[in-house]
Design a protein around this ligand. Sequence first.
Ligand code: UP5
Ligand code: MG
Length: 192
Amino acid sequence: MTPNVIFVLGGPGAGKGTQCTKIVENFGYVHLSAGDLLREERAKPGSKFGELIESYIKEGKIVPVEITCSLLEQAMKQSGKENFLIDGFPRNQDNLEGWNRVMAEKVNLKFVLVFECPLEVCTDRCLKRGATSGRVDDNLESLRKRINTYLTETKPIIDYYGNLNLVRQIDATRSVDEVFSDVEKLFRSGSG
Ligand code: UP5
Ligand code: MG
């Protein structure tokens, strides 16, 4: 069967991963975080992309799509499942073109879930998490770069999907449970 895909976007720390975990628990999707897949690849001994990934993540830059897209495709195949949340991708024009070239025809893109959150709130959340996360990019300097990349490169991708009427926006400023109750409504309305 053709796999179903929902892209999940939003600023750094908007709550993409947190909400995806709850969607998995309630609606049985497979959660694939592009960032997590890249961090796993970086940690693999002997990975030829390890250093590149490390430096891109620290600088808040977007890793070339060939790497990310093949990690996503591999994870989709390995899961043997049909319904996927692809979290944190596509983030720029290179990602979008690479996906459209290699994957778009093989999947059914249902919609693009966008978590809207003021960037100050995003920054606070990531800095707080930075105390324990061990992530090389949960510091103020990397966060400024991540936010800049989000505004200049990712927003235009959201606009692109918006013009195709595929964007479903959720206010992500409130508590985790309040945000999820809106997510739940969306999924129960048949859009999920
Ligand atoms: N939290 C969550 N929801 C909350 C709420 N409602 N109220 C209060 N607190 C809330 O949440 C972040 C923190 O906030 C957590 O501590 C959480 O408890 C709390 P999380 O759910 O992790 O948010 P998320 O949006 O997933 O934040 P994340 O930091 O993962 O977002 P990014 O988009 O910045 O990170 P990602 O891992 O996707 O990408 C990292 C880097 O990888 C990118 O900058 C880039 O360099 C690289 N990358 C690519 O190059 N290509 C890709 O395709 C993907 C990533
Ligand atoms: Mg995340």
